[in-house]
Ligand binder design. Structure first.
Ligand SMILES: [Zn+2]
Length: 594
């Protein structure tokens, strides 16, 4: 990982006319990071208010005279002002990621029905794990698990986490897709994570409305694709990167509206090209049979990828306005420090889906005005909670449904709630706990089980030194007919195997293959074999997690650098580093050159 440099922060300030009001030093990385004028405005807008009487407000300020600058009383409302962060944006992101396990699934027992289930919690974890079917369970009584606040929120919440059930996986409206997680509306899919509305897909991460695709990362509205990364509206493309609306293309990169192209780069509206050279249909069809990929490293690249954006800084953005320090997002406005977002407004520091006025959260949907939480949907005006559904005005709660005015799962009257919560916040402020995301020790997972390991890899020793947890759990070997070493697999395409030795393909679904990189065993399904035969692909020799890590390396980097256009010399931000490319160009020069 790389931290954002001071010069990049200053460039964004200059370009967006947003002054830096303070420089802070991250308490973990010692990196300097800025507080922008607009950050202060956002924190103020997001800060929660509590309706209290004037006499109570007076009493509150007398009791908390040391914190009078952190609260404000106006028109019957006591506002708890969110303080500026003590961690740099990268360390804030790392900590949120350490609360999300997407792809590590385990077999364990449901602690309610004692049935065997697939869960994101390994069997050695001390939490009560319930099956997915109890996700919106009406007979739940989480108020059974209540706690009275003891003036130490962190230890109270930690005890509540251990006592209260969690749901084994995060699947909403799934059909025949039990080996998936963090997913909305999957159908007939397997080992797919972090996605919305997919059908007949396998080994996918981060996709939206996609059908019949395999081994892809961040693909939107694609069909019949494999090994593609960051592609939109593509059909029947293989091993493509950053392509828009292409079909029947192989090994292409940054192409738009192209069809029947091979090994091309940066072209638009073309057909029958190989390595950016135009051929006739007949020539193309003949040449592709014996074509060897050209590895010439003389590419010209655009500073970064944005479509229909205004006053927005960073990479891979579509239709965004007044946003910075974020990537892989679309239809967002007035927000900062996030990624992989859709339709976000007035938010800071977050990951995953459809929010307004929120701060520091991970994994949720359709919520409004809340602070510091992980998992679950449809909540509003709530703080420090996990696994709650359709709640409002809750603080430090877990596994509640349709509730309001609760603290640590205990119900209060509206008046009691509005008096007690500001007092808890004041105590947290004295313990340096408030205004930030959860302590890493409260994560359900080991750092090595979470997506933090994909984006901010650490050794066990370093993770423990940074107060993260670590999992040493090893799943038992799969019960299969035979274990095959990757090197012993046939070295021909599946179509050839199907013609010469079809019984082998029928048998292999009962085997486990030892991955050539991680040496971890993995399995192949019938659906997968059919796909490989149809599209003439070989049997994979790497574990799905290794394939995912290799795809991540193909994606554009996420840190911006301040560089100059290689044609006109204009100062600009880019995710690309000059020594890796022949030329990096601004938009004007890039299209002139093309
Ligand atoms: Zn230029």
């Amino acid at each position: 990982m790389q931290y954002t440099s001071k010069e990049v922060y200053e460039f964004v300030s200059k370009q967006s006319k947003d002054p830096i009001v303070e420089w802070k030093k991250c308490r973990l990385s010692w990196q300097e990071f800025p507080i922008y004028q607009s950050d202060l405005e956002s924190y103020d807008k997001i800060s929660p208010v509590f309706e209290v009487s004037e006499s109570y407000a007076k009493e509150f300020f007398e009791r908390n005279s040391d914190l009078k600058d952190n609260f404000e009383y106006k028109d019957g409302k006591l506002k708890a002002k969110i303080p500026t962060p003590t961690l740099c944006p990268e360390e804030r992101e790392r900590r949120r990621y350490a609360f999300r396990n997407e792809n590590n699934l385990y077999k364990r027992k449901c602690d309610f029905s004692w049935k065997s289930i697939i869960s994101m919690y390994s069997p050695d974890k001390e939490y009560k794990v319930f099956d997915q079917e109890f996700r919106r369970w009406d007979s739940r009584n989480p108020l059974d698990y209540w706690f009275s606040y003891t003036w130490n929120f962190k230890s109270d919440f930690s005890l509540l986490l251990k006592k209260t059930p969690v749901i084994g996986k995060f699947i909403i409206d799934g059909v025949n897709s039990s080996y998936t997680n963090h997913i909305l509306r999957p159908k007939d899919s397997y080992l797919c994570f972090n996605s919305v509305g997919i059908e007949d897909c396998m080994y996918m991460r981060e996709w939206d409305r996609t059908k019949y695709c395999f081994n892809c990362d961040y693909v939107i509205r694609c069909e019949h694709c494999a090994d593609c990364v960051q592609c939109y509206d593509c059909f029947n493309t293989f091993n493509c990167l950053h392509c828009y609306n292409c079909s029947f293309c192989n090994d292409c990169e940054k192409c738009t509206d192209c069809h029947y192209c091979l090994d091309c780069y940066n072209i638009e509206n073309k057909s029958y090209c190989i390595n950016n050279v135009q051929y006739t249909k007949q020539e193309y069809e003949k040449m592709i049979l014996s074509y060897k990929k050209n590895h010439k490293d003389t590419k010209i690249v655009l500073w970064c990828s944005q479509k229909w954006c205004e006053n927005s800084y960073w990479n891979d953005l579509t239709n965004c306005k007044n946003c910075s320090f974020f990537y892989e997002s679309f239809d967002c406005s007035d927000s900062k420090y996030f990624n992989r977002q859709i339709q976000l407004e007035n938010c800071m520091d977050l990951q995953w889906y459809y929010e307004q006025l929120t701060i520091e959260w991970i994994s949720t949907t359709n919520s409004y005005h809340w602070w510091f939480m992980f998992y679950w949907d449809n909540n509003k005006e709530s703080w420090y909670y996990s696994n709650c559904y359709n709640c409002s005005n809750i603080f430090g709660c877990i596994w509640l449904k349709n509730k309001e005015y609760c603290i640590l799962n205990k119900e209060y009257s509206k008046e009691e709630y509005n008096k007690l919560v500001p007092q808890i916040i004041a105590e947290m402020m004295r313990n340096y706990e408030r205004g930030e995301f959860f302590d890493p020790k409260l994560s359900y997972y080991g750092y090595n089980e979470t997506i933090a390991m994909d984006y901010y890899p650490l050794t066990k020793e370093d993770a423990l030194n940074m107060w993260y947890k670590w999992s040493d759990y090893e799943a038992p070997a799969p019960k299969v007919e035979k274990i095959v070493l990757w090197a012993n697999l046939p070295k021909v395409w599946c179509k050839v195997i199907q013609e010469k030795k079809p019984e082998f393909l029928q048998k292999i679904v009962n085997y486990a293959i030892i991955c050539e990189v991680s040496k971890k065993p993995f399995r192949i399904t019938k659906q997968e074999i059919d796909f490989y035969v149809k599209h003439n692909l070989p049997i994979p020799t790497k574990h799905p997690d290794i394939r995912h890590q290799e795809r991540l390396k193909r994606k554009d980097p996420t840190t911006m650098h301040l560089i100059h256009c290689d044609e006109c010399g204009e100062e600009m931000l880019s995710v690309h580093l000059p020594w890796k490319w022949k030329k990096i160009l601004c938009e004007k020069c890039f299209y002139k050159e093309k």
